[in-house]
Write a protein that binds this ligand. Structure first.
Ligand code: NI
Length: 507
């Protein structure tokens, strides 16, 4: 009966907590969304000719538009591929060849748009190609799609697709440019009217005219009204555009504003020139700089542990969670070191692959109870079952039970007599759950660290995963070896004892 009551109480508390969390998320989204909508409406007004002109002095607060970039992939960023990782689809046979590249950013709504565009183009190409081949089986036709991805501050992402068709329909390969720009705070793909205001259409049109006029070859073709029609001050003239830290670039397909022999024409407009027309300043430095790719990090890879040298244990609670836990595992893997994950039983069935991966990498899997229960509210049986339930799952999932326990909320005292395991707490608390700020977590986990410290983090937060990408190389460069809890005991020559609490293991 008592356990039933506690169960009910726990479920009730959990539901309350989830409702609160949802409310908070909704409120936050609402705030950001309403800012975005306000911005949109103000742009609309200016288009209707009202006296609403933004100059630098009355701009929107840029922070309204910025987001945390910790959810994004930054794999091998280059000048032209600043965000995401490349998805490549290639095939080549007697009649058909294609190479399609598009970025995967890690953000679902963006990835869906980009994937649909690239794959849509590919399936259209494939069905056209099968038509040609049916008519003439010696026909050869190809498609190439490549892209550039630009990040502006922490608010705009632009992707420029460069599409080349090589088909029997055309004497020369047909080249097309298509762009997508996302305002990250709203989660929406935007057109140019969404963030420019005032007399920007005339300004953009004049910029194109100026660019062409200053070009020795292009200037000769400017009289042709078929071309000039395509850069008149109307919105459809500027549908292909990208923002980057070097400003705004307008793109035009061959034959649209100049003869086809000039290919795709891109017209750059500097940040200072376009800034007066943007409703906020996106060119500011990003608050959360992205972590450089693995190869630019110091190439120190941990090999064997030297017991005479300093060591530190990174411990992660409350997981697993596929996205963030895997990101942490990626870092540990690339530096060949081990950490400890104190898992919650209820999360195990959700992410079995993640916990298996951690175990296979020789990370320690510790037991953080089944339901993150407050053990002081439970009786002996309740406490024991919190750990036995999780261990039963672990036994099935990874073939072994956890050797160590971390009590939820780091509880100690009377409950310990019912905990038949060594209890591993911590002496360095990063407060990552509170700040959700990678920079602060990095500071907490790398400043004044001493030999044998046990550092507490939570692998369920992207901000923590982001921080770990810096923490690991930084600690290694400070001379620490990064070890799991069992390695820490082993190399400190300490046998862990049941019911005993360990905060750190000094040499
Ligand atoms: Ni916890």
């Amino acid at each position: 009966m008592k356990t039933n009551y506690i169960k009910k109480k726990f479920i009730f508390k959990s539901i309350c907590f989830i409702i609160m969390l949802c409310l908070l998320i909704i409120i936050e989204k609402k705030i950001k969304y309403s800012n975005f909508i306000t911005a949109l409406h103000q742009t609309d007004d200016s288009e209707r000719g009202d006296v609403l002109h933004y100059d630098t002095a009355t701009k929107q607060d840029a922070s309204q538009f910025s987001v945390s970039l910790s959810g994004f992939y930054f794999e091998n960023p280059t000048d032209t591929k600043q965000i995401g990782r490349t998805v490549n689809m290639t095939d080549s046979n007697a009649n058909i060849f294609y190479s399609v590249n598009y970025p995967e950013t890690g953000i679902n709504y963006i990835d869906e748009v980009l994937r649909n565009d690239a794959q849509g183009e590919l399936s259209k190409f494939c069905s056209d190609a099968s038509g040609y081949i049916a008519e003439n089986d010696s026909m050869r036709t190809g498609l190439t799609i490549d892209y550039c991805a630009y990040l502006t501050g922490d608010s705009l992402l632009s992707v420029v697709f460069n599409i080349i068709y090589d088909s029997p329909e055309y004497t020369n390969p047909l080249q097309t440019v298509r762009t997508h720009t996302f305002l990250l705070c709203s989660g929406k793909e935007i057109d140019i009217s969404s963030i420019l205001s005032g007399d920007y259409l005339k300004y953009l049109s004049d910029s194109v005219t100026g660019y062409l006029a200053s070009h020795p070859e292009l200037s000769k073709t400017m009289d042709d009204s078929a071309y000039s029609e395509n850069y008149k001050p109307k919105e459809s003239s500027f549908k292909n555009f990208a923002f980057s830290s070097s400003g705004l670039t307008l793109y035009y397909d061959p034959y649209t504003i100049a003869p086809g022999e000039f290919g795709i024409i891109s017209i750059p407009i500097s940040p200072s020139d376009i800034l007066p027309f943007i409703i906020y300043d996106p060119f500011k430095e990003s608050d959360i700089p992205y972590t450089p790719p693995a190869e630019t990090l110091p190439p120190i890879i941990q090999s064997g542990i030297d017991p005479s040298k300093p060591m530190v244990a990174l411990t992660f609670d409350d997981g697993p969670r596929a996205e963030s836990t895997n990101r942490i595992l990626d870092v540990l893997e690339s530096y060949n070191c081990h950490a400890t994950f104190f898992v919650v039983g209820t999360n195990l069935s959700k992410y079995p692959d993640t916990v298996k991966r951690a175990a296979e990498m020789n990370c320690d899997i510790g037991n953080h109870s089944f339901g993150h229960a407050k053990l002081s509210t439970l009786n002996k049986k309740g406490i024991k079952s919190q750990f036995s339930k999780t261990n039963d799952i672990l036994k099935k999932m990874i073939g072994k039970k956890a050797k160590f326990v971390r009590t939820p909320y780091g509880q100690t005292g009377n409950i310990l007599k019912h905990v038949n395991y060594p209890v591993i707490l911590w002496n360095v608390d990063t407060l990552d759950w509170k700040t959700l700020n990678a920079k602060k977590v990095i500071k907490a986990a790398t400043k004044d660290i001493e030999d044998g410290d046990i550092i507490l983090m939570h692998d369920i937060y992207n901000s923590t995963a982001e921080a770990v990408e810096t923490i690991v190389p930084k600690l290694i460069s400070q001379g620490f070896q990064i070890v799991s809890i069992s390695e820490l005991f082993k190399y400190r020559n300490v046998t862990p004892k049941k019911h005993k609490v360990y905060f750190n293991l000094e040499p």
